[in-house]
Design a protein around this ligand. Structure first.
Ligand code: 5GP
Ligand code: ZN
Length: 135
């Protein structure tokens, strides 16, 4: 069974920040920054590609609730990152869907993700023809 399913079922201990019938939020064991939290559905879905609308809506409401709560409760919070890795190529190491909530501080030593400028090599119109979706 997957490690987060074991945590959800209480077979592995965790520090629970938030829990309801469908979502659990725990402190990440690594604490990349102080308060680094993982928000996950209690049901086992592997990636964003597997989630349904209902759990997506609820989970992200919880992510927002926790983020706003941290803004008021965590001393010296200067920012906050949300991160979700899907599949190993994207850095996913635990195959149970989760969103990282990462509080940021003045000198937190977390390496920011760098976005390279590849705009000169991309045909934006051709790209839109392929990936545009209707609202
Ligand atoms: P990913 O790389 O899949 O986006 O993130 C997995 C995260 O799960 C990592 O940040 C890692 O520190 C965390 N993690 C792995 N095993 C455990 C565990 O047993 N307990 C907790 N609380 N976090 C874990
Ligand atoms: Zn699982």
């Amino acid at each position: 069974m997957c490690i987060f399913c074991k945590i959800i079922q209480g077979e592995i201990p965790s520090y629970k920040v938030y829990e309801d019938g469908k979502v659990l939020a725990i402190l990440d064991i690594s604490q990349a920054t102080k308060g680094h939290t993982l928000v996950m559905p209690k049901m086992h879905y592997e990636t964003i590609f597997d989630l349904n609308d209902e759990i997506t809506a609820h989970l992200y409401q919880v992510v927002q609730k926790i983020s706003k709560h941290y803004q008021t409760k965590i001393p010296n919070l200067k920012g906050l990152n949300l991160l979700n890795n899907n599949l190993p190529k994207a850095g996913q190491t635990v195959p149970h869907y989760h969103v990282h909530v990462i509080p940021r501080y003045e000198d937190d030593n977390l390496v920011d993700m760098q976005f390279t400028d590849n705009s000169q090599t991309v045909d934006f119109n051709n790209l839109l023809n392929v990936i545009k979706i209707n609202g």
